[in-house]
Design a protein around this ligand. Structure first.
Ligand SMILES: Nc1ncnc2c1ncn2[C@@H]1O[C@H](COP(=O)(O)OP(=O)(O)OP(=O)(O)O)[C@@H](O)[C@H]1O
Length: 254
């Protein structure tokens, strides 16, 4: 039996009295690209943040590559992991946000090597070599010495992707990675993400870019009210949705 890269079962999350995730079940296979669609407030970002342990879940469980995120079994009881353990788990999951989150005082290359050398204690020559390879992969090898302010938004987001990849993650989470970009810069970031998908990276992408979902996703998941209400191949979910809520959402965005 192959282990799913992500196995989410009955995931619940609330903020105060607001129930945001109401029992999310989702499996993502290794190498699979899953695009998550859904109306604003349906819990898409919160779910990604729970996978990466930026939020602690209130119920259910999330396994990444067979490992329970945030908790451990201890004599029949489930206990929270210590901070050091959580940091270790989080290193294996790359996340790219809407905002680029680059250090403005560091060059592109320094931004990329900062985490592997600082957090993972990777030798600097090796981290540098890997960073240059990643810059080639995102098409920015000639901008290694530039500062973030000297780059366009699209270029900065491609650096943010390279920075996440520098930790050699098993899984990449993208939370609306193109929403903050001018429309003419969206395509270059989506093309970079497509090339990562073609390389076999496991990706969960929250986006409103239906074209990306259609062309690149192996599966489209539709969330509403903190639940997965529909999941299937893009051709089925986008062209012939079974659930009326998916249908209503798509009729507004397509
Ligand atoms: N830290 C928080 N504290 C309180 N409420 C929160 C917090 N984070 C999210 N929420 C609320 O949880 C709900 C779901 O938010 P979330 O960002 O996960 O939705 P989303 O589907 O990603 O929406 P969007 O497409 O607008 O980004 C919203 O009502 C939001 O206001």
């Amino acid at each position: 039996m192959t282990t799913a890269m992500v196995h989410a079962a009955g995931v619940r999350k609330r903020f105060g009295h607001l129930e945001v995730l109401n029992g999310i079940d989702l499996d993502v296979a290794a190498g699979e690209v899953v695009v998550v669609l859904g109306p604003s407030g349906s819990g898409k970002s919160t779910f990604l943040r729970c996978i990466n342990h930026l939020e602690t879940i209130d119920g259910g469980s999330i396994h990444v590559d067979g490992e329970l995120i945030g908790f451990r079994a201890d004599g029949g009881r489930v206990r929270h992991l210590r901070k050091r353990e959580i940091t270790r788990q989080r290193r294996e999951i790359g996340m790219v946000f809407q905002q680029f989150n680059l250090f403005p005082h560091l060059t592109v290359l320094q931004n990329i090597v900062e985490a592997p050398t600082g957090v993972r204690r990777e030798p600097s020559a090796r981290a540098r070599e890997h960073a240059l390879e990643l810059l080639r992969r995102v098409g920015l090898e000639d901008r290694a010495g530039a500062y973030p302010r000297q780059l366009s938004g699209g270029q900065q987001q491609r650096v943010a992707i390279a920075r996440a990849l520098a930790m050699r993650p098993k899984l990449m989470l993208f939370d609306e990675p193109t929403s903050a970009l001018d429309p003419e810069l969206v395509g270059e970031v989506l093309a970079t993400m497509k090339s990562l998908a073609d390389d076999g990276l496991t990706m969960i992408v929250v986006t409103h870019e239906i074209g990306f979902a259609r062309e690149v996703a192996d599966r489209v998941v539709f969330m509403d009210g903190g639940l997965v209400v529909e999941s299937g191949p893009p051709s089925q979910v986008l062209e012939n949705p079974a659930n009326p809520r998916t249908k209503a959402f798509l009729s507004k965005v397509l």
